[in-house]
Structure formats: C-alpha cells, structure tokens
Design a protein around this ligand. Structure first.
Ligand code: PGA
Length: 248
C-alpha cells in the first residue's frame, strides 16, 4: 500500500468557461470514494463559480511573489486563499519560457505561497535539447536546489510536478520507466534536505497524460499522481483519470 495519497491536478491554463465549471463540478461530485485528492486549477476568475464539494479542491495556476501593492495585473496568495484556493502551481514551464520566470522568483513564490497557507506545486522539467544532451538530472537538480537548498523547511509543505517540456501538449509522453527514473532521482536528491519530507513528498507527473496512458504511470512506485492539461478540459476523460488514480 502506498503511503502517499495520489493527487490529480487539472491545469486548465487559459481555457474553460462557466459551462465547463458546471459540467466538471457535477461530474466530479458524483464520483464515489475512495478518490485521490482531486484539484482543479482554472483561470482564477472562475474559482468563485465552483460549488463547494468534498470530492475536489481548488487551486490557482500562478501567484505573485509580492504580498500586496502596486503590481498591476498580479494576484496575491492571500487573495487566492480568499477565493477558496488551497494549492497553487508555481514555475510551470509555460511561465518559465513564455513569461521569463527565473529560479529566484519561483523560489520566492513557493515561500510566499506557503507563508499564506497555500500548498505550492513546484513544476520542474527539462527541454528536449537538454534531454538529448543528457543534462536532464543536472537541470532538475538546479531547479530543485533553487527552492530548497536555502529553505529546506519548505519541502514538507510542497508538491513537486515533473514535467518534461517536450511532453507538454505534444502528445508525446515520457514512458512510465523514464518518468519513474526521474521521480526516483527527485526524491533521492531532495532527501539530502529532509529525508522524511522527501519520503512523504508527492511527486506527480505532467505531460500529455490521458485516460489511456495514466494507469501505467500511476503504477510506478514514485509517481504519486498527475498534472493534466489538455485532458483536464474533457469531463469524461478527467473523471476517468481520477477514478484510475484512486487505486494506484
Ligand atoms: P498537457 O499539459 O497535459 O496538455 O500536456 C500538461 C502540463 O501543462 O503540465
């Protein structure tokens, strides 16, 4: 029996609608326990439209590293909490590559999130070029150390999501073996900071996860769930993935 409760995250990115909120919440509400922790991260403007239900939690896709003030367009961790979010995705590769987020700001976001009572889901992952140059583990170590080397106490309050950039939105998934190898590396690497927290840490996988390929991923020892983009917009597919995760 796995001691870490699986976590299945829907990252809607800049997609979704009031209709999808209704359909998704209705579908998830009728799933029967036991379930994994199910987390929906829609665009923040949709958060207040989700009816409260014990079958799912809500989260955001980004947070400001600042607490409050003159930061046009930003949303604070406290505001997310007030909007019923309990988790926040931090350092997604789309934020890193399209919006220039660097390790230092990502590290600050993780800290601010935890200080406000949010659980950050730290995304790490290598590009195709980095993988081909066999730099995957080096890149991941850098991304992880940027957050936890100076602040090891944050580990016990985090989730890590391994998301190879070459697998995001491409239909190309890491094989379960490839993903397991990296997840195991992440857990071992983080054990230097806090062995117990690393053992209890949920490390989830992201990158073209579907109802068809999730079962094999969930069967791996160090894969504790998934972060899902495209398939999280399809109500039947996402519900099916959640149902399969409960048995992993
Ligand atoms: P995808 O997105 O499932 O559409 O590949 C995953 C992600 O953003 O991590």
């Amino acid at each position: 029996m796995r001691q870490r409760k699986p976590l299945v995250v829907a990252n809607w990115k800049m997609n979704g609608s009031f209709d999808l909120v209704q359909q998704m919440s209705a579908a998830l509400s009728v799933l029967t326990q036991p379930l994994p922790d199910i987390l929906i991260c829609p665009p923040v403007i949709l958060l207040p439209h989700f009816p409260k239900h014990p079958n799912y939690l809500l989260g955001a896709q980004n947070v400001s590293e600042q607490l409050a003030g003159a930061f046009t367009g930003e949303i604070s961790a406290d505001m997310l909490r007030a909007a019923a979010a309990s988790y926040v995705i931090v350092g997604h590769s789309e934020r890193r590559t399209l919006y220039g987020e660097q390790d230092a700001v990502i590290s600050q976001k993780v800290k601010v999130a935890i200080d406000s009572g949010l659980t950050p889901i730290l995304c790490v992952g290598e590009s195709l070029v980095q993988r081909e140059e066999e730099k995957t583990l080096q890149v991941l170590a850098r991304q992880l150390d940027a957050v936890y080397a100076a602040q090891p106490h944050l580990l016990a309050h985090s989730v890590v999501s391994y998301e190879p950039i070459w697998a995001i939105g491409t239909g190309r998934t890491a094989t379960p073996e490839q993903a397991q190898q990296v997840h195991q590396f992440i857990r071992q690497h983080l054990a230097q900071y806090d062995a117990q927290a690393a053992n209890e840490l949920r490390i989830i996988y992201g990158g073209s996860v579907t109802a068809a390929n999730c079962e094999a991923l969930f069967a791996e020892a160090d894969i504790d769930g998934a972060l899902i983009g495209g398939a999280s917009l399809k109500v039947a597919d996402f519900s099916a993935i959640c149902t399969m995760a409960k048995d992993s």
